[in-house]
Design a protein around this ligand. Structure first.
Ligand SMILES: [Zn+2]
Length: 135
């Protein structure tokens, strides 16, 4: 996943990334970031390089879920890992830590997919076992 010019490995599939906010009843918010009506990203094939200008082998491409087309505030919402409801409530406490891990093409090689997912927004059973950098 790419947001704010940084590639991250998400802990969950794109459509299962859950809001980290604590609700008034002290439970974790169960909303997902990619809620109906929320603008999502686009799957793209990009060179599987590190961020600092390493040369990639020609065959080394990978699918990423690119959020860089979204407005800045939306990208901040994704990185803060808050649902649309809680993005508007900055005083609400976070119950969990946002689970973004900076993506490393070597360390996270097993999550690299060289083809785009067959559906832009995976739902249902297909793709649920994969993490967001793949499909
Ligand atoms: Zn929430």
């Amino acid at each position: 996943m790419q947001l704010l010019y940084v590639r991250y490995l998400a802990a969950r599939p794109v459509d299962e990334i859950q809001c980290v906010t604590q609700t008034r009843r002290r439970h974790r918010c169960t909303n997902v970031l990619l809620s109906p009506g929320a603008s999502g990203g686009t799957w793209r094939l990009v060179p599987a390089t590190a961020t600092s200008g390493q040369l990639a082998l020609p065959a080394e491409v990978m699918a990423i879920y690119d959020l860089s087309g979204l407005p800045y505030a939306e990208q901040l919402r994704w990185r803060a890992q808050r649902c649309q409801q809680h993005a508007a409530a900055p005083t609400a406490a976070d119950l969990a830590v946002a689970a973004w891990e900076p993506f490393d093409p070597l360390r996270h090689h097993e999550h690299i997919r060289t083809r785009l997912p067959t559906r832009a927004r995976p739902s249902g059973s297909t793709g649920r076992t994969h993490r967001a950098v793949g499909w």
